[in-house]
Unconditional design. Structure first.
Length: 153
């Protein structure tokens, strides 16, 4: 049996921008179907929103994105919350992080640096007790990412 999991991010009008930004970071070409593509009249507000969006890079990175109808404008649906370092620990009210594991510190650093454009760095990418490299950031769209390097490689 083969099993693949893909993070599905829900946005309030920013799904297209998210997919395009993540393509610039991780590679690949976004595949986007709008509500209008699926038959919603083009003059209805939100018809240009993303009904189905997928980014799959040749290296195996996968993420889906969707614009939640009627959820307002901008950012992740449901509110992004915040993540920060405090007294040596990570404090957050976010329901999830997106985790990316790279084969090497150089590979992780490249992705981290590209995603850091406009982001809030929670923890710089550096050696940790469990990984040759670990770092966290909340990107310009409000999604928090945890990067690590595969310790077994």
């Amino acid at each position: 049996m083969t099993l693949t999991t893909t993070t599905h991010l829900n946005f309030r009008g920013d799904a297209r921008a998210a997919l395009e930004h993540y393509a610039s970071v991780f590679g690949g070409q976004p595949m986007i179907t709008t509500y209008a593509d699926a038959g919603m009249p083009a003059d209805v507000p939100g018809a240009d929103g993303v009904l189905f969006g997928l980014l799959a890079s040749p290296e195996g990175f996968r993420v889906m994105a969707y614009d939640v109808p009627g959820a307002g404008d901008g950012g992740p649906a449901g509110g992004a919350g915040s993540t920060r370092r405090e007294n040596g620990t990570t404090v957050t009210d976010q329901p999830f992080f997106v985790s990316v594991t790279a084969a090497s510190l150089d590979e992780a650093q490249g992705f981290f640096d590209r995603l850091a454009d406009g982001a809030v760095v929670v923890e710089p990418l550096a050696a940790s007790a469990w990984s040759p490299g670990f770092g966290m950031l909340t990107d310009r769209l409000g999604v928090t990412w945890a990067f690590s390097v595969d310790a077994g490689r």
